[in-house]
Design a protein around this ligand. Sequence first.
Ligand SMILES: C[S@@+](CC[C@H](N)C(=O)[O-])C[C@H]1O[C@@H](n2cnc3c(N)ncnc32)[C@H](O)[C@@H]1O
Length: 355
Amino acid sequence: MASPLSSLGTRVAYGATQLPRIAWYVGHNAVMRRLSEAARRSEDGGARPRPHTDAAVPDRNRLYADMANLFRQDLANVESGIYPLPADHDGSLPMLLNRSRLFFADLPEIHRRRESGENRQVLSGETLGKRPGYYLQNFHFQSGGWMTRDSARRYDTQVEVLLHGTANATRRQALPPLHEVFAGRDQRRLRLLDVGCGTGRALDCIKQAWPRLPSLGIDMSEAYVAEAKRHLRRWGWIDLMVANAEAVPLENESQDAVTASFLFHELPPKVRRIVFRELARVLKRGGRLVVVDSLQIGDEPDYDGMLELFPQNYHEPYYVGYLKEDFGAIAGACGLKHIRDVKAFVSKVMVFDKL
Ligand SMILES: C[S@@+](CC[C@H](N)C(=O)[O-])C[C@H]1O[C@@H](n2cnc3c(N)ncnc32)[C@H](O)[C@@H]1O
């Protein structure tokens, strides 16, 4: 058992890394909102109707209380030995500042697209036919969609700002269900696949807990995979590959665990089902799938209005469908058993086992 002193040390170290990080991203969020409001006012309200919902929207106190619960859970996981004190690997101060500059530089373009509804700028002679149509969009109204190096370098700041600095802590909530199936086993003999790995932040969290776990990350974006390779170069036993989750380039029943964070709300309903089938196919019997993604309608009724507002502010073409998707049924249709959901602030962790 940890001594009271070492536990105090862990808490101090956790606070010393997480609190400035939260302040950084919450601060970015506040500035972003002010800029966006000012831009709207200067355009006399803009052409677009104001986002609207009749459902409940949590107030600031409720949001901060739930954020605090997420960080308390994160710390509890550290204290119970599920993973070590987390390192977010955000980079040096010059790198952080450069990412901040890239983030703010894209806001006017995002605002312009939001007001005009333009979301297909990614579609060009160069990209057409190289990726499925659903993929070639300016998700979140961001410049470059998933397709450019600058988009890949901006992405993590955008997500952390949107989630008030909780994105990595949320991704780490996939680790306790992995710990349940990995505990007591030789990590070098296990296999893990992370699907839609993006810039590799979820894999970074996983490798901190199991540095010698052979892991593969796949993503359909060359630029994001390149960024993931850069970000994850400190780790061995890891592969990254450009691939479509609809056709995972792995043998049947070859993986002990599969993870996917913030992927499923970006996929059309038909594709969600195809990808689920693929993940079930590559999992070994007894293997575990852990999905981290947004809350859905009814998970936390006080949040329903906020979930409804999100796709009115950001280009999220499949999010409304996602909010009511029955993942238990999708999983059941491909031989996966829904074990449980665990809420994590505005997200949740869905756990499935292959029977
Ligand atoms: C919202 S990002 C999530 C990235 C990362 N998992 C995270 O935790 O931030 C969605 C990612 O899914 C990828 N993606 C979308 N559709 C895909 C598909 N069919 N196959 C593989 N990757 C896909 C995108 O390129 C993007 O990197």
